[in-house]
Design a protein around this ligand. Structure first.
Ligand code: HEC
Length: 223
């Protein structure tokens, strides 16, 4: 009998102890080392960093995934040099042109129009002014100048470097030069068929980017 009283009372004690737990507060931690991380939190304030800021800018000269350094500076001289010297490393094939057309329709047609005549929806609604046609005589665009402008942007036209990969910009570029030819009434260029080593390098860069994204997505789902 005495024994069963002991058992019952210790059970009651146990229930009382467990039920006293307040869910809003952390319970006793016996070995907190595993819960309390010692790494720095993103955007945290710590003395070891300059300005106490954990989130720092990338080191100068860092190169984004999917990109190679772009050697022409964002200046009038840089624009002129790119216009004269920079050429499209991606071969002009039917597939590439179609891919470029799709991307053009997503990113550019809203201002520049499906035909590249500068009469996109935003121009018609007068939301953005001064959009040129691609065959504008005074501008005389080239593959190099088109790339330069997409990379850095130009006045009211923003940069596309953060939304696309390097190869995608070159795909769009083919389509823009096609639209220019069509506006000028020139015949279509003949397609190339072989893949150049330069293009292979760009595809590889792009794949690296894709892998990076897949990896970070996996990491997120694991959390
Ligand atoms: C928000 C509207 C808008 C969008 C979207 C836009 N542009 Fe433009 N674009 C402009 C304007 C405005 C100018 C004229 C800029 C100036 O000269 O001040 C321009 C100029 C240009 C020029 C002529 C630059 C030169 O050398 O003088 C090219 C080429 C061009 N855009 C290509 C593109 C391509 C390719 C895309 C898509 C990736 C694109 N634009 C998306 C508004 C836009």
């Amino acid at each position: 009998m005495k024994n069963s009283i002991k058992i019952v009372s210790s059970l009651v004690m146990l229930v009382l102890i467990v039920s006293c737990q307040d869910k809003d507060y952390r319970n006793y931690e016996y070995m907190p080392n595993m819960y309390e991380e010692i790494s720095y939190e993103a955007y945290g304030k710590y003395d070891v960093f300059p300005n106490q800021m954990e989130a720092m800018h990338p080191v100068e000269g860092s190169v984004s995934r999917g990109w190679m350094p772009y050697e022409y500076p964002n200046s009038t001289e840089g624009y002129q040099e790119a216009k004269a010297n920079l050429t499209n490393p991606v071969p002009y094939t039917e597939d590439n042109l179609n891919e470029g057309k799709g991307l053009y329709t997503i990113y550019c047609a809203i201002c520049h129009g499906d035909k590249g005549d500068g009469k996109g929806t935003l121009a018609e609604r007068e939301k953005i002014l001064g959009i040129p046609a691609y065959n504008d005589q005074g501008r005389a665009i080239t593959a190099g100048s088109v790339y330069h402008v997409m990379y850095y942007g130009l006045n009211t036209m923003g940069s596309y470097a953060t939304q696309t990969t390097e190869r995608e910009l070159w795909l769009i570029n083919h389509y823009v030069m096609d639209l220019k030819d069509a506006l000028d009434g020139k015949p279509k260029r003949a397609f190339e068929d072989e893949t150049t080593t330069q293009e292979e390098a760009l595809v590889e860069q792009e794949e690296m980017t894709d892998e990076g994204q897949v990896m970070s997505e996996e990491a997120q789902t694991e959390e």
